[in-house]
Design a protein around this ligand. Structure first.
Ligand code: PEP
Ligand code: MN
Length: 342
């Protein structure tokens, strides 16, 4: 249920509603919009309905949230979009996030060289996996904690916040020490214990859409994190499995405007994993930027031919500045700029 307060509602009236919601065993979630405060009451529907909050002091209306996801739904924000503040950067609204870096941290030199180049070209976050979800158990699985130390060094030198994947809750502590955004990979999108733990950790989270997941399933995954009181959630479209085999996955461009209708959360697009091919990365970045995506996460490597992982889809470092400048121009069409002033 959504309890919409009157614009003149006092702090005490808002607090009284929150207490009544909580005393019914439901969770309350206060959203202070520019005009009015809205309290989301999440829990047993009958309990909340029986509270009879209509007509209580300061209460304007009580409306059900019809979607199965509640805190992720656009209804809970009454149409206002979330703008997240992460490591001194803003994501959402007019702030287009450019996240770039290698698929995986291979070495100090490779990671630092990439970090310097993408930073100079305007990237706001550095990506890089220390724990890699590989299809084959015989493939390189990531440098683990040694990789995290390299990411920490890249962050210390460049000042760029880090986006890195967490696959196993047992690695939460070392990942938290370095990550500004924890990435939940496509294969773990429905790992509900992992989602709950990163929700509790409070660190910003980017959830990648599962290979064969619907948008509703993605939003339910986000709900697991939000339900723990962690509001810093980014959604990521990274391509889904279809009958088409000419490229790695099918980028679901329609997901961009539809997710933005269904949810207030920022929507990031990963063209690299969708395409699997370098030549497709640019068009698959420009199209979502024009369609209103809130950012792009892209793989970049100083020597893609020698990359341990995902080399064929990595942009060359040498080409990155040109790519970033073009992306910025297209994002501007949708009213956003890369990193637009905070
Ligand atoms: C990645 O970003 O490195 C990755 C493995 O992505 P996904 O989970 O989308 O396959
Ligand atoms: Mn990759």
């Amino acid at each position: 249920m959504l309890i919409v307060m009157k614009s003149a509602a006092s702090g005490e009236e808002i607090q009284a509603v929150i207490e009544r919601v909580q005393s019914a065993g439901a969770r309350s979630h206060l959203v202070r919009g520019e005009e009015v405060a809205v309290i989301g009451a999440i829990g047993d529907r009958e309990h909340v309905a029986r509270l009879g909050l209509e007509g209580s002091p300061g209460v304007d209306s009580v409306v059900p949230i019809l979607k199965p996801y509640k805190l992720a739904s656009s209804e809970v924000r009454q149409g206002e979009r979330s703008v997240l503040e992460i490591g001194g950067r803003r994501v959402g609204g007019e702030h287009f996030a450019l996240v770039a870096g290698p698929c995986t941290v291979e070495s100090r030199d490779q990671t630092l060289a990439t970090a310097r180049i993408v930073k100079d070209a305007g990237a706001m976050f550095l990506r890089g996996g220390a724990y890699k979800p590989r299809t084959s158990p015989y493939a390189f699985q990531g440098l683990g904690e040694a990789g995290l130390r390299i990411l920490a060094e890249a962050k210390a030198e460049t000042g760029m916040p880090i986006v890195t994947e967490l696959m196993d809750v047992r690695d939460l502590e070392p990942v938290l020490a370095v990550a500004d955004v924890i990435q939940i990979g496509a294969r773990n999108m429905q790992n509900y214990t992992l989602l709950t733990e990163v929700g509790r950790a409070g660190c910003p989270v980017m959830i990648k859409r599962g290979l064969s997941s619907t948008l509703e399933e993605l939003l339910m995954a986000a709900e697991y994190v939000l339900k723990e009181g962690n509001e810093n959630v980014l959604l990521c479209e990274r391509g889904i499995r279809t009958f088409e085999t000419a490229y790695r996955f099918t980028l679901d461009l329609t997901a961009v405007p539809v997710l933005k209708q269904l949810s207030h959360l920022p929507v990031i697009v990963d063209p690299s994993h969708a395409a699997g091919r370098r030549d497709l990365v640019e068009p698959l970045s420009l199209a979502p930027a024009a369609a209103g995506a809130d950012g792009i996460i892209v793989e970049v490597h100083p020597a893609p031919d020698e990359a341990i992982c995902d080399g064929p889809q990595a942009l060359h470092c040498d080409d990155f500045a040109r790519f970033a400048a073009k992306l910025d121009q297209v994002a501007a069409i949708a009213g956003k700029r890369i990193g637009a002033a905070a």
